[in-house]
Design a binder for this molecule. Sequence first.
Ligand code: GTP
Ligand code: MG
Length: 194
Amino acid sequence: LFAGETEFLKGVVAMNGLPDADRVEVCFAGRSNVGKSSLINALTGTKGIARASNTPGRTQEINFFTQGPDLYLVDLPGYGYANAPLAVVEKWQKLLKQYLSGRQNLRRAFVLIDSRHGIKKVDAEIMKLLDSSAVTFQCVMTKADKVKEKDRAKVLEQVKGALAKHPAAYPEIVLTSSEKGDGIATLRSIIAGL
Ligand code: GTP
Ligand code: MG
């Protein structure tokens, strides 16, 4: 699957701009700066196809990438980013919620959690939304290269405990580093299995 080409299809700002739901789709959700765009770049092996940046709030549209003919990879705007005009933030949040709860071909939502920080209130809110929309989601820990083994284990416990409360959560947690490549092959095969 990932041997196929990756192409940027379009950036969407409203529900009526979504491409046809004619293939399997997976999306990458998470707080601003958690590493969504970097993870897509690592998965596809195409540096820079998804724009990653140090500036939180870099991704402001729902960005669709085609991975070969059978898969959409979707890079979502980060949530919990307050440093933008309130009207703009509210517009993103509304679109994000509409997308996460109303996309019929969305096979799995990957919810990215920073390995240093664990699950925050905004993550729990998104998980609740996914529960109520019956969208299976799976947690992906990002930036594993930035934490010590011991601290990582603590965060992992917190995440495991939190997931137990969410009926839509897929129990396996994937530990990744887009920088070092940890977990990337695992995540590719999970997606291929969908
Ligand atoms: P928004 O689009 O703003 O929501 O951010 P995002 O979640 O797409 O994050 P992005 O991929 O742009 O990454 C944010 C920053 O974290 C960038 O400076 C990346 O280089 C860095 N980063 C992402 N993944 C990793 C990782 O695995 N390890 C390390 N060390 N840095 C990472
Ligand atoms: Mg991004």
